[in-house]
Design a protein around this ligand. Sequence first.
Ligand code: PFF
Length: 460
Amino acid sequence: MSNRGNFSSKLGFILAAAGSAVGLGNIWRFPYLAGTNGGAGFLFIYLICVLMLCFPVMVGEIAIGRNAGSDAFGSYKKLGGGNWGYLGLYGILAGVLILSYYNVVAGWAFGYFLEISFGNLLDHQDFGSFFGDYVNDIGPLFFFSLGFMVITAVIVAQGIAKGIEAANKIMMPGLYIILIGLIIYSLTLPHAMDGVRFYLVPDFSEIHSKTIFYALCQAFFSLSLGMGCLITYGSYVTKDQNIVKSAVIISMADTSVAFLAGLMVFPLVFSLGAEPGQGPKLIFVILTQAFQSMGPFVGRIVGGSFFLLICFAALTSTISLLEVPAAYFVDQKKLPRKAVVWGVSGLIFVLGIPTMYSQGLVPFLNKLPFHNSPDFLSFVADLCDIMLVSGGCIMCLFIRSKWRVGSLNNELAIGNPGYVGSFVQGYINFAISWFCPVVLGILSILVIVDKYYGLEWLFG
Ligand code: PFF
């Protein structure tokens, strides 16, 4: 295990795992989902999902990784034998698919950062149509997404401590500083408090079954669960680390950034008198309008900082997404790290090309023949959501029926003397054996029905 590399410190692992968790999911996806699903009601359900369902899954994944000391495939195979390795491959495939579209959206954000900071984006009048044109202007976008993938690969090729850990140590604190600065600014704007009210005062009549699906899928995505990312990172964790405590810190760091992103976005949206339910274009259209209203100089600084923040957040996540397949090839195929990283990132970049063309350039990719005619990007994103939630469910079944809850407890007790007999142990054991597999199993099926057929198909 020694030549695979390890995180050099406890903080290094926590920052890297929190960096993986904090990403476009928090700053781009969370606010627009909250905006379309009732604001505070969504936030409320989201917090319940994190606490009751995601936290035990996170602890389970890190424990599996540290105990087995291998990539996602190798860990399941080592602890479960036989076909359990395929569960790891399922996760690796989910990671590859996520990175293929994630890198495209990161390329949009990278482009917006450059266009706002150094170009004349803020001089435009209609940001809705600008965004529509922008995401179909393949030349520059190709270049921005490629640039993003290259930066990711350069960092991952450096290895665990020198690449992944070092980059996160700089970017994570930077991200918090920019975010807090932007919140303070947005709270001073007129009508900011209407946004705060929308976001923090729940209207329970706004909560529907779909709110629960979206919140659950978002929580899995945001915490990087269900695809072996934390198994892979867990395999680089030393035995003196307290896994339960680390998982609490990682979950809180991720949830706080999502929460703070909402606290920044909604006051801005309401200060413009705009609609919060705009979907994926929310931050690109509405926030850019808000930045314009700040005047050319302040707008450039605040808007540039905002998109830089998104790039930082996305980069700490793309790093972790690339590490999952990379670790598989390094551990299982014994290939050299650098060659693997460049090969895999090139392949994933190519896989993302249909996503780039899905925003209108190719009509078929823009309207696929499923319920609600999603574009290719939404189709892949939905598919990945399903893979994550079902992957989390099967991981619980793996611990329950194969690795055994006793082995999980033994691993969690290492580095955590008070664990055995504690309330936390009781909850984790109950959740992994019963609560999570049942709830995640039922919800996975309902989410599949909802995404591909529409829930009406089932319930009339
Ligand atoms: N958690 C990341 C985000 O919120 O943007 C996305 C992600 C990263 C998902 C890594 C899964 C993963 F393994």
